[in-house]
Design a protein around this ligand. Structure first.
Ligand code: GDP
Length: 140
């Protein structure tokens, strides 16, 4: 059964370009409720751990350097079918391939600097949410 929570980050490029508000508006307009949220900057250690699954990819260090280059917004979101519906809302990894009206189509700079993260499975949504928030930081 599909779960009802996902995890997102508004990445450094979208924070830098002043689009936190626009992106949060799109997220809430699409019916997601915010269950936890913080404005923070990742350490290199945190970014490496978060993206550990990509450690063997040639762009791993570039990805880590980008993710620590400025502040981010991390959030846990709730909606029926959250993971799949949020992936639809953000669009393809590469904004040039993302559908019209998606967050990445509107706000991402490139495949690397692509404005937002969205968990790719219920299992990873739970792991990623717990990576950034303890239970006292998540509303009921
Ligand atoms: P996602 O699930 O759509 O975020 O995409 P992936 O899991 O494939 O990649 C994770 C993140 O790595 C992406 O969101 C990008 O920020 C970054 N990324 C993906 N491909 C590349 C690439 O070719 N070069 C660089 N520098 N970063 C990439």
């Amino acid at each position: 059964m599909a779960g009802n929570r996902t995890f997102t980050m508004i990445k450094p490029d979208a924070v830098e370009s002043g689009n936190i508000g626009n992106i949060l508006q799109m997220i809430t307009d699409a019916g997601f409720a915010i269950k936890a949220m913080k404005y923070t900057q990742l350490s290199e250690e945190q970014a490496k751990k978060f993206y550990e699954v990509h450690a063997e990819r040639p762009f791993y260090q570039e990805l880590v350097d980008y993710m620590i280059s400025g502040p981010i917004v991390a959030a846990i979101l709730e909606k029926e079918n959250a993971v799949a519906d949020f992936r639809t809302l953000i669009g393809s990894t590469d904004p040039s391939e993302a559908a019209e009206g998606t967050i990445r189509k509107k706000y991402a700079e490139s495949k690397a600097k692509n404005a937002v993260h969205g968990s790719d499975s219920d299992e990873n949504a739970a792991i990623e949410g717990e990576f950034h928030f303890d239970s006292t930081e998540v509303v009921a």
